[in-house]
Design a protein around this ligand. Structure first.
Ligand SMILES: [Ca+2]
Ligand SMILES: [Ca+2]
Length: 164
């Protein structure tokens, strides 16, 4: 009897190991690789451009990733539960395998060439002087147009200006 229980426990353990190994290799199609969350000095409207989120498409993609309508947002939600500190990628946003996309908290002209680092600007008036990535820690979420979560990055204040 005892042997049977041991065997059962071992089998469950082996299954768990196999499941975690599979999920470790798959990875999300798009990952948050860096968050510039704390502008140097006091956070003012003039230096909110230093806030940025870096996203990287998986190098395992067999074809370019269409992220049109995908959204990045933080933990903040208004009284209706809506994440209004958010940026939605415009129609036609495509990232090639291994490509990098930056979302900058500033006004600017989007750089949309998929053969180099793409930069999307959100002219942002919310948060504190337009700074919405909390210095003391926050979470950056990436969601598909329908709301399915692609990935997220949780960060804490680490006495620095960015996390990766
Ligand atoms: Ca600062
Ligand atoms: Ca925030």
């Amino acid at each position: 009897m005892f042997k049977k229980i041991l065997a059962a426990v071992a089998a469950v353990f082996a299954l768990t190991l196999a499941a975690s190994a599979a999920s470790a290799t798959a990875g999300p199609d798009l990952s948050v690789t860096r968050v510039n969350y704390n502008a140097v000095g006091a956070d003012t409207a003039a230096n909110r451009w230093q806030e940025a989120i870096y996203l990287k498409a998986s190098s395992d993609l067999s074809e370019p990733l269409d992220i049109s309508g995908w959204k990045v947002h933080d933990t903040y939600a208004n009284a209706d539960g809506d994440h209004t500190n958010a940026y939605t990628f415009p129609a036609g946003t495509v990232v090639k395998a291994g490509g990098t996309v930056v979302v900058s908290s500033a006004a600017g002209v989007n750089k949309t060439d998929p053969n180099s680092t793409q930069v999307y600007y959100m002219d942002f008036k919310r948060g504190y002087n337009g700074h919405w990535l909390n210095n003391g820690g926050d979470t950056v979420y990436v969601e598909k147009a329908g709301g399915d979560q692609v990935t997220k990055l949780v960060y804490d204040f680490d006495n620095g200006y960015y996390v990766r």
